[in-house]
Design a protein around this ligand. Sequence first.
Ligand SMILES: Nc1ncnc2c1ncn2[C@@H]1O[C@H](COP(=O)(O)OP(=O)(O)OP(=O)(O)O)[C@@H](O)[C@H]1O
Ligand SMILES: [Mg+2]
Length: 232
Amino acid sequence: MKNYFITGTDTDVGKSLIACALIQAFAERGCRAAPMKPIAAGTMNINGVDMNIDVAALRDVSGSKAALRDINPYCFSEPIAPHLAAQHENVVVEIGVIRAAFDRLKADADTVLVEGAGGFLVPLSLTQSMAEIPMALGLEVILVVGMRLGVLNHALLTVEAIRSRGLKLGGWVANTAVAGATMLAYDENHATLERIIGAPLLGTVPYDALSSNALERARRASHHLRMDTLLD
Ligand SMILES: Nc1ncnc2c1ncn2[C@@H]1O[C@H](COP(=O)(O)OP(=O)(O)OP(=O)(O)O)[C@@H](O)[C@H]1O
Ligand SMILES: [Mg+2]
């Protein structure tokens, strides 16, 4: 099976929620999807371990028993741009380290879902960006589009950045991540995105005001996803 890079039109648009929902949807179809978050910035104490909250959610939902350093090779404590967080901790992000961890995860899964941090071109250093990761690992890209005013531009910029690097956009998800901010002309914006993105729409996920439990929320979101094109 192919492996996927989950990117978004911005930070906080629902990459982790959709990654968790995809893991659930794969599992419901008998497919073991291993999560990876190669670079995370921002930690909190979770059951006595300093961990990034996305990593904790991805681990919980997948039930992954993989080593934490493989799921999340680079974990920085400050919730700031990754290259700055790395600099502050005197760490240089190496794609080779990420590739080795990815290969170990892949050996024990049907597919690996790799969540980026922030948007597609977030820097890893002054010379590298997050885009190096799907290129180095041969990943198809899934774009989470945060449905709010301004997203047409963010979506088009991201799609152009993906395709101009020779990467395949395997699909996109329209997600409403913010409460009470229903996008005006939602249907027309959605239809415009469908026309101009020109890749499979994997699902349209509404705002979910129910429990904040990651597993429950991922399960509900997974019911809005269609998986046929990802399982080919
Ligand atoms: N459809 C939704 N309904 C309700 N809440 C949502 C929805 N999508 C996302 N959220 C919430 O919005 C917040 C941001 O979502 P999420 O953490 O998945 O974004 P992200 O793109 O992964 O962010 P980051 O760039 O930090 O990795 C979270 O609190 C999440 O639970
Ligand atoms: Mg996230």
